[in-house]
Design a protein around this ligand. Sequence first.
Ligand code: CAA
Length: 689
Amino acid sequence: MTAINQVTDYALVGDVGVITLNSPPVNALSAPVRDGLAGGVAAALADPGAKAVVIICEGRTFIAGADITEFGGPQKGASLFDVQEAIEGASKPVVAAIHGTALGGGLEVALCCHYRVAVPSARCGLPEVNLGLLPGAGGTQRLPRIVGVEKALDMMTSGQHVPAKECLAMGLVDEIVDEGKLREGAAAFASRIVAEGRPLRKVRDLDEKMAAARGRPEIFENFRKANARRFRGFLAPEYNIRCVEAAVNQPFEEGLKTERKMFGELIAGSQSAAQRYAFFAERQAAKIPDVPDDTPTIAVNKVGIIGGGTMGGGIAMNFMNVGIPVTIVEVKQDALDRGIATIRRNYERSRTAKPEETEARMSRLTGSLDLASLADCDLVIEAVFERMDVKKDIFARLDAICKPGAILATNTSGLNIDEIASATKRPEAVIGLHFFSPANVMKLLEVVRADHTSKEVIATSMKLARKIGKIAVLVGVCPGFVGNRILGARQREANKLIMEGAMPWDVDRVLYDFGFPMGPFAMSDLAGLDIGWVKERSKGETIRDVLCEMDRRGQKTGAGWYDYDENRVAKPSPVTEKILHDFIVKSGANPRKISDEEILERCIYPMINEGAKILEEKKAIRASDIDVVWENGYGWPVYRGGPMWYGDHVGLPKVLEKMKAFEAQMGETYKPAALLEKLAAEGKRFADL
Ligand code: CAA
């Protein structure tokens, strides 16, 4: 074995030269990896004993892409294009041996090899779109040539990691070898290629699938139309599509130039900067300064859930999906039956779960009417309605019932968890696990650390969140925690704006155009205006009271803020407009015309200000954690990075100036956070904290 550099070895195995890369954690194409590949290929080509070449990786994965941390920095080491040319133009067959994930630049290197083999658990993908990019190392030109236009468009605009078996079916992989035997399998395959005298197959020269798509621009138009909703606001999907069009309509070298130009535009733009930031922010959120990675954790083999409603049932599914048995406790049999039936229906409706999987998952669920049946659970999550007295009562009883060491969690979306914990004699075991509805779908989990929560309980919760596929963010106890507290600031503004003369559909449109999936009033109509509204106590004092009293309770009654037709399509409502007008006049004011710009600033800047207060009070560890919460729980458009990132990019002095102006006009509620003042004065950003 010869060391090529610190991350690359070369060895002759029989008649095959094997290049091994070993650059943890994911063998990203950093300068040393590119240098190692270049050196390895040169060594293999110069080795008279080597009739073929295999490129393989140590560790958990094949090359998982370009090294994202190098983006924007000076170019060091061998260029990726030169390395790819050396591989593709090699005089001996080169075989990529894939395990883990061959992603982005990693798959693009594999596409320059003459053949590809993989183990069954391997996956291939071009996930650049998720970073606001396109595959910039020939992937947009080579992938369609090998898998065809439709499949390439799907892979490139979804970023999906495609399993080896599917890759084999679509021709992306040439052979699947036994799990755990990749090195031997790939070497045997390479020897066979030589023995059979198979050609040096260059993907760039394939034309059959391009010819099939030539002169059929409707393929692209249909694809755009079918995915318009998913792509809304994002630049990268469209750029990826244009590159595939270039693959079809331009010679290979021209197509590469188009790809390079478009990649250059995307990488210089703010969307990709925001999306790359989001990638690292998500990973950063898992790191808690005073709870190191090696903190002991508690084994969670059985979970109890109190409350079998929408929330409790959704939470239960997360654990059932990963093989953890769940007991749901309800107070009445019919509520329990309904809850369990809803879970089954959710599985049956899901496109991903096969019938036998549904049965396997349902077999992990037990229902009970007795809290005592949670005695042997390692984790209990309370998901009943938001009343402090009820929660305290439940926690006092859990304290008496649950085994020592069990984690006692509450799914409260904003109540004081220290107070809930005070009902027990083990506040160190109490934590908030705030799931978002629908809890089996939404990615975000706010893990709420109370005053006495132990490090073991925090570490276990963070690890468990990952196991059930959630993105967990650790936050502190304060009303609404991080997400709902900031939502409160936006909601207050939305409500105020319509009392000044903006229409609900104006506010919704501005926020929708900003990139949110829905504005607050459309959301309210969807959820129902009558959540928390009590007919007997309603005195027509608020706009909501009036709407509900008129039975305009949202989509379900055919009218709310909006009017709805029989297909539930919303239209601005003259009724709402009149009610608003009357309210404003009654308050002694005059409705005024409010610009879209003011609506946006009034909705967004107070959110940034609230985020600054949260940081000041140390209720979030870092600004990027707040952004992770808003992107994954509240639909903040990822290409705008999250409220704190957005504030940094608008410029904190500007945000401060506006908040001061709002304060002068409208009072104390708008007082700029001290941290905002400080950072703006020092010319710093939230990201510098
Ligand atoms: N560059 C730099 N660092 C990377 C990286 C990359 N491409 N991919 C992952 N990492 C880092 C992560 O930041 C993380 O670091 P920390 O431990 O310090 O937080 C570490 O590697 C492990 O990553 P994960 O926690 O995500 O590990 P995982 O096992 O859950 O997932 C993965 C592994 C599927 C490879 C996932 O990391 C991933 O999706 N990575 C990004 C892949 C990607 O987008 N590749 C395309 C890059 S762009 C490109 O290639 C452009 C081009 O055309 C040339």
